[in-house]
Design a protein around this ligand. Structure first.
Ligand code: DSN
Length: 399
């Protein structure tokens, strides 16, 4: 590379990524093949439209790339092309979710989504996101005592508010989601059921988490979290008389985006092939085992693990514990302080609100920890137990 300034920065960031213990629940390390596809000549091509229906000439090869990515996406999740359509053009998760609302929910219509502080995502209708400016959020949360989804309460809200769409699938909810119960609620109130599986898509692909496809109308996902691909997203739509597939395609292009990033789509195709291997299945199982080992150890050491544990790749820890230190010296560390102290010691996490958090989002009561990235680097349960002990030591040290 002739640009030495950027070359140095890339080298420095690559070195940083190698040096730290990366516990950001939404990050991962992609393969060299994924990077190669991302950095390919495919970035030079404009391809507005869809395979076989482009607005520019010269797309014969690009059509093959995009079609291959679509085929692989359907195969990975065992979906029949007669029953499911996939759009692989969304640039990332937020535009994918907005495109779904654009296609299916009239402006001002109701999106029933989990509140941000309970583990939902900004694009599930939060007021600072476009999803809360052009549509209206009907928020729901978890039960205060169990910190689990309370489906009876969800049904009550849905029947009262009659949302146009219900969003299941969250960014900081560590437990399995009962998709059938969500389906029943959506049917009872006449809403579409959208599952945003961005966080756990890799676990679904690796058969380590329940699949949402049996019950959802629409499934969105990013590709760069547990699925271990490039930054990108996909929208799956059930094919039936409602023509969701056509509505979604029109919403992505021309509704939201112009030319798709075909280098990114090629990298998605590479990642999807990698995710279909037996090695990836073992990876997904290990991701879950590692998160459980970490949650158990932190709990044993005296930290409050939200909902009592995890069924996925992520663990939410209450580091603040209402501002009181226990007899063993755990607690009274804010999420920001915890994250800052850990970063100084080379452990990267993110500060995170916990359900019913009394503290502000900029300095909430907890941290979110994920196992996907370090599992890619070969870590096993014993390593995660050691990481938990290191975290404990750093957070109990007098500051
Ligand atoms: N930023 C992602 C996460 O960390 O969960 C969601 O967009």
């Amino acid at each position: 590379m002739k640009d030495t300034a950027i070359k140095k920065l890339i080298a420095a960031e690559t070195a940083r990524q190698k040096k730290v213990t990366n516990l950001i629940a939404s990050e991962n390390y992609v393969s060299k093949d994924v990077l190669e596809a991302l950095g390919s000549a495919l970035t030079n091509k404009y391809a507005e439209g869809y395979p076989g229906k482009r607005y520019y000439g010269g797309n014969v090869i690009i059509d093959k790339v995009e079609s291959l990515a679509m085929d692989r996406a359907l195969k990975l999740f065992s979906l029949s092309p007669e029953k499911w359509h996939v759009n692989v053009q969304p640039l990332s998760g937020s535009p994918a979710n907005i495109a779904v609302y654009l296609g299916l929910v009239p402006q001002g219509g109701k999106i029933m989504g989990m509140s941000l502080d309970h583990g939902g995502h900004l694009t599930h209708g939060h007021r600072v996101s476009g999803s809360g400016k052009f549509w209206l959020q009907v928020p729901f949360g978890v039960d205060k005592t169990t910190e689990l989804l309370d489906y009876a309460n969800l049904k009550e809200i849905a029947m009262r508010e009659k949302p146009a769409i219900i969003v299941a699938g969250f960014t900081a909810y560590p437990r399995v989601i009962d998709f059938k119960k969500f389906r029943d609620i959506a049917d009872a109130c006449g809403a579409y059921l959208m599952v945003d599986m961005s966080h756990f898509a890799g676990l679904v692909a690796g058969r380590a988490y329940p699949t949402p496809f049996e019950y959802a109308d629409i499934v969105t996902t990013t590709v760069h979290k547990t699925l271990r691909g490039p930054r990108s997203a996909m929208i799956f739509a059930r094919i039936d008389a409602r023509e969701l597939d056509k509505k979604i395609d029109r919403a992505v292009f021309p509704g939201m985006q112009g030319g798709p990033h075909e280098n990114q789509i090629a990298a998605v195709a590479v990642a999807l092939r990698e995710a279909s291997t037996p090695a990836f299945r073992s990876y997904a199982t290990q991701v879950k085992k590692n998160a459980t080992a970490l949650a158990n150890e932190l709990s044993k050491l005296g930290w409050r693990v939200i909902s009592g544990g995890t069924d996925s790749h992520l663990v939410l820890i209450d580091t603040w514990m209402e501002g009181k230190k226990t007899a063993t010296g755990r607690g009274a560390v804010t999420g920001k302080e915890a994250s800052d102290r850990l970063e100084k010691a080379g452990i990267i996490v993110n500060k995170n609100a916990i359900p019913y958090d009394a503290r502000p989002p900029a300095d909430p009561s907890g941290i979110r920890i994920g196992s996907a990235a370090e599992t890619t680097r070969g870590k096993k349960e014993k390593d995660f137990v050691a990481i938990a002990q290191k975290i404990d030591k750093i957070l109990t040290r007098q500051s």
